[in-house]
Design a binder for this molecule. Structure first.
Ligand code: FAD
Length: 452
């Protein structure tokens, strides 16, 4: 049977774009791709990229303060949100265009519209047009989840944070994950009074406990008013703003309430009902290690599969899918030992097992240090940096590495190479330090602080 396309990709985000580009550009497949919003998806348009630029923008007050303490004369400073937002918008336009051009150069046909499945080999566009495809890739990503409380419509999500008309004076961030914590720091850095409510006992669940505590303390010290064990019951519009009524009995007024309480996979109204594609407990599309669903011609990658919701993971899954199906190179992305960073101030870089997870698994040694880094100790700032290695007693392999420090994201990327190669503690010890740096502590910790 002749198909219109060898591959039809639904979703032009990190996973979909990579899969389409490799299938067409590298392996010569005839590829169509539908994107209902803006090319580049969450990462480029409303995720990693604009967020990191906001992280940069929010870091300057600290830089000015340090510069003064180092002897620089710094004149009056003021943050112009509108100027920043205008530049941000043009940068996102540029990136969107770059993604579009990459796909065009690779020979992919772009449909700027919503697509849904008709059956195992057919898709329908919002225009009513239908196409057949030998393979269909679902790469529709996810969206923010806002719990159904009274007044929820008064809150915004991360999607809206990049388009605010003006910066609020008082903001409440609800949630304890990395997105909530990052935005709490961003707003705080931009001079907004920030409170963060999280219903759990400590923010950044899933990361190493000591690292979480270290980040939370530093955030609190820099002015973020964190309330753990606190959730919102309702929001009410007031004359001056939004009243937030919380489970701890408090009622406080804010100008902006941002919800960052998790994300849900985009599977609704996709035409999946009755097709045989399995949907998991969290609404995610269930796939095997080659990203194939229970229907052989339908694959799924990225956040919609809920494996590890990070851009580089979606990209690798998309690439592996294209190599497997169109390049005769069966490739399964290995989800073990994926490093990640939380761009709070200070940052948290992490790879492998937390101390808590590792000690459930096997006997371990814990190496850890916390110290005042040279740059800020010099000017009397109390900031502390934390480095931690979790080591298997049996194999001596480094099972986990957790860094809380400025630029921890950059550091963990490099530590990740060694740890993925199976480096032992003795390999770290044999590595000569680079001096004077913060990361040299990773290779100079000689005695375990705990053996468990
Ligand atoms: P997406 O990038 O979400 O792309 C899916 C695309 O499909 C969207 O463009 C959507 O419009 C389109 N679509 C959906 N349904 C249809 C349809 N029926 N028809 C046509 N098009 C459709 N990850 C990191 O690695 N580092 C970070 O620092 C980081 N920061 C983040 C910050 C925020 C605020 C958020 C929200 C996410 C962040 N992420 C980060 C996560 C990262 O953005 C996602 O993991 C990544 O974008 C997932 O890629 P994807 O291809 O699965 O989906």
């Amino acid at each position: 049977m002749a198909f219109d396309y060898d591959l039809f990709v639904i979703g032009g985000g990190s996973g979909g774009v990579r899969a389409a580009r490799i299938a067409s550009g590298e392996w010569g497949a005839k590829v169509g791709l539908a994107e209902e919003s803006r090319m580049g998806g969450t990462c480029v348009i409303r995720g990693c990229v604009p967020k990191k630029l906001m992280v940069f923008a929010s870091g300057f007050p600290g830089i000015f303060e340090e510069a003064r303490a180092y002897g620089w004369e710094v004149g009056a400073t003021r943050f112009d949100w509108t100027a920043f937002r205008t530049r941000l918008e043009s940068e996102l336009n540029r990136l969107e265009e770059a993604y579009r051009n990459t796909l065009k150069t690779a020979g992919v046909t772009i449909h700027d519209t919503r697509a849904t499945l008709v059956d195992a080999h057919r898709v329908r566009l919002a225009s009513g047009e239908e196409f057949s495809a030998k393979h269909i890739l679902i790469a529709t990503g996810g969206r923010p989840f806002v719990p159904d409380i009274p007044g929820a419509e008064l809150a915004v999500t991360s999607n809206e944070m990049f388009h605010l008309e003006s910066l609020p004076k008082r903001a409440l961030v609800v949630g304890g994950g990395y997105i909530a914590s990052e935005f709490a720091c961003i707003l705080n850095g931009m001079g907004v009074e920030v409170s963060q409510y999280y219903r759990g006992a400590q923010i950044l669940r899933g990361f190493d406990d000591e690292a979480r505590g270290h980040v939370a303390n530093a955030m609190q010290a820099s002015g973020v008013d964190i309330h753990c064990g606190t959730d919102l019951m309702r929001l009410e519009k007031t004359e001056g703003g939004i009243r937030a009524v919380a489970t701890d009995g408090s009622e406080r007024e804010f100008d902006l309430v941002m919800y960052a309480t998790g994300r849900r996979p985009n599977v609704e109204n996709l035409g999946l009902d009755g097709l045989g594609v399995e949907i998991g407990r969290k609404g995610q599309i269930v796939v095997d290690r080659f990203s194939q669903t229970a229907v052989p011609s339908i694959f799924a990658v990225g956040d919609v599969t809920g494996r590890i919701n990070l851009t580089p993971v979606a990209i690798r899954e998309g690439h592996a899918f294209a190599d497997t199906v169109f390049g005769s190179k069966p490739t399964a992305f290995d989800h073990e030992l994926v490093a990640s960073a939380v761009f709070t101030q200070p940052e948290l870089g992490s790879i492998g097992l937390s101390e808590e997870a590792a000690r459930e698994q096997e006997p371990i040694e814990v190496y850890a240090t916390a110290f005042r880094p040279m740059k800020t100790a010099f000017i009397g700032k109390p900031d502390r940096v934390m480095m931690k290695l979790i080591v298997s007693k049996a194999t001596r392999k480094v099972l986990g590495c957790h860094i809380v420090a400025p630029e921890a994201g950059e550091m963990i990327q490099l530590a990740a190479i060694a740890i993925r190669m199976g480096a032992t503690k003795e390999d770290f010890d044999r590595t000569c330090a680079v001096h004077p740096t913060m990361s040299e502590e990773l290779v100079t910790m000689r005695k375990p602080v705990r053996t468990i």
